[in-house]
Ligand binder design. Sequence first.
Ligand SMILES: [Zn+2]
Ligand SMILES: [Zn+2]
Length: 351
Amino acid sequence: MKAARIIQPKQPLEVQQIETPKPKGSQVLVKVQSSGVCHSDIHLWEGGYEGLGGQFLKTTDRGVKYPLTPGHEIAGVIESMGEDVQGFEKDERILVFPWIGEGLCPACRSGEENLCDKPRSIGIYQDGGYAEYVLVPDSRHLVKLDDKMDIDASATLSCSALTAYGAVKNAGLNPNDNAVVVGAGGLGLMAIQLAKAVTGARIIAMDIDDNKLKVAKGNGADFVVNSTTQDAVKTVLEITGGLGADAVLDFVNASKTVETDMQLLRRRAKVVLVGLFGGELRLNLVSMPTRAYNLIGSYTGTLTDLTELVSLAQRSIIKPVISDKFKLDQATEALSKLKAGQIMGRGVINP
Ligand SMILES: [Zn+2]
Ligand SMILES: [Zn+2]
């Protein structure tokens, strides 16, 4: 089979001819029809990301091994199955839950496999969907798709939409809440759709791009704030009657955005950090207890969350936006475009 692989960080991906895996036991071989291109694929490609004091955190220190086939947003059909798999048929349409754990740690045992101590995520710690086929270790990590679901839109549910959904859940929003969504890119837009559909909270979308804010308004944002042309803190305080936001969901998560987040909070507010931009934060420590703030990190979501999302998408309650389609040999171009901010919704690779 063909696979677009990162041979070593920072080098163009290579399309290689490698052996097609043969599923055994509970394993399933999936024929990939669509594989989403995610920001975290850029970190894999660059070999790491920025940590404290500009220090570079290497992916290999976290257990990533190269060469690696990236791609963790995978939708397709079942090609073949190991002898123990039940309840699935060849050619059945499925979505892969990629956030696989080792199954033994407390997180895995309480259904939060996405937060496993020894993660084995597909497309990060084992070969993923930038390929004609992908081996899924266990059929319980597959979610069935109905015939109407668009395959490209489905693929993006397993990371982009799942991460947005996980953040919305972590924000614990109520219908009376004012929630600020920072960053109106793909994830932010999905979070706005989900927060409107599931929680009923009032949504204030914040970005530095008027075009993105216009799209955010069309996707359900009640208010929009351009943080370069407007005073973000003052505007949010005005909208919330001087109280501040009950929650901030930050899909950028850079030093500058989180410093702003911390100034527009109501007492008891939750600050949910999701984006992987990175950097560091100076905190007023006394106001953490006196104003009872909650600082929460949110990473992807659970298998249960994914089955809920598929249900929401099948009823058209959320609509993922696919803007760019690539072939396997365009994987490097896809990552470069994403890095340059030239992909408006989500890019996918169709092997
Ligand atoms: Zn685990
Ligand atoms: Zn992702």
